[in-house]
Design a binder for this molecule. Structure first.
Ligand SMILES: [Mg+2]
Length: 351
């Protein structure tokens, strides 16, 4: 039997997290356009903007934009290399604070978490009051702002937290979640990527309201099991629990050659294939990674590993393949038969 009792779920999302931490550490940066990302090298730099301050966004800068273009658009911005060690430490501290407010807690990324706050809301009265207490505590204790979405389930709360940023609070009244979702485009649903959106748009489904009008049987036909989930999200009936799911520390896929590979081209081919399989697993789990690595074992069991830290979290299959190939290259000229090749990711986060 499924529990039908109403729930109160918060999605807490720290605002422009990496940049906000940088500004906190160096208050001179407050109010300036600040970019965390690759070195712009006077406009010749490679790599991308990892994140930027709201002041920088006013110039049109965005996460994922090539750093060279960001520099041409806004050369006066302050450009910083990411300091992930610092961000990870601050994240742990903020998450400890948030955890204290929840009956059940689930961190879903370096800067966001779900809180099931059912009993806490009973104590304090209104969800809005509790959300304001959380926002004030995060500000007072950590000198950071966050945006909170409140809803009857995780998917609605997540959508709500994104509607007003920074320092936002969006409370979806219980019993009105489906109406609240109806006018929003389907792309706001976390898990509806560009492919699914295009598929739905092609069938005249642009908004969640239009999605609500699609019969469940049709969604099942279009998307299989995912269709059941999508129906639940659209009707604000999804009831996936907030659970402290541990994220894996690392994931890897390894391939052992039936006969030790003499030709290094075969090593690259297997590595690419392993990277593809690993990317699929990451996508299914909704994971991103920041460290990519390889393992290579030669005939006679001599084994080497290499890894590289990427400029930001990604789930890109291409960048996993490219990094694996780049790391394998140093072993190519040894000309020795290879017994095993593996691809690995670490520093895993939730999308
Ligand atoms: Mg955030």
């Amino acid at each position: 039997m499924q529990d039908e009792s109403p729930r109160t779920i918060f999605h807490v999302d720290l605002d422009a997290f990496y940049v906000s931490v940088e500004v906190r550490e160096d208050p001179k940066l407050r109010g300036l356009p600040v970019v965390v990302g690759a070195d712009p090298e006077q406009g010749k730099g490679r790599g991308v903007v990892v994140t930027c301050s709201y002041e920088a966004r006013k110039f049109g800068l965005r996460s994922g934009m090539p750093i060279s273009r960001a520099w041409r658009t806004c050369p006066t911005a302050v450009y910083l290399r990411p300091n992930f060690k610092l961000y990870e430490r601050v994240s742990r501290e903020v998450m400890e604070t948030l955890r204290d407010f929840a009956d059940a807690f689930e961190q879903t990324g370096i800067d966001e978490a779900f809180l099931d706050v059912g009993s806490r809301v009973d104590d304090i009265g209104e969800p809005r009051e509790l959300a304001l207490v959380i926002k004030r505590t995060v500000k007072d204790v950590h000198d950071l702002t966050c945006s909170i979405g409140v809803g009857p389930n995780k998917s609605t709360a997540k959508i709500a937290s994104d509607l007003q940023k920074p320092d936002g609070l969006t409370v979806v009244p219980p019993g009105r979640a489906a109406q609240f979702l109806a006018p929003l485009p389907v792309s706001v649903i976390s898990g509806v990527g560009s492919k699914t959106r295009a598929f739905l748009n092609d069938r005249g489904v642009e908004t969640i309201g239009q999605l609500q009008a699609v019969p469940g049987k049709q969604l099942l036909e279009w998307f299989g099991k995912t269709g059941v989930w999508l129906w639940g999200v659209a009707h604000a009936q999804e009831r996936i629990p907030v659970s402290p799911r541990e994220m894996p520390k690392s994931l890897s896929v390894e391939r052992t050659f039936r006969n030790d590979a003499e030709d290094f081209a075969a090593v690259y081919t297997e590595a690419r294939d392993a990277a593809r399989e690993l990317s699929e697993r990451l996508r299914r789990g909704g994971f991103t990674f920041r460290v990519a690595g390889i393992k290579i074992r030669f005939q006679g069991f001599e084994t080497h590993t290499r890894e590289r830290t990427l400029p930001g979290y990604t789930d890109s299959e291409a960048s996993l393949q490219e990094t694996a190939e780049a790391l394998l290259r140093e072993f190519e000229e040894r000309g020795e038969p290879v017994r095993l090749v593996g691809v690995r990711v670490a520093s895993i986060s939730k999308k």
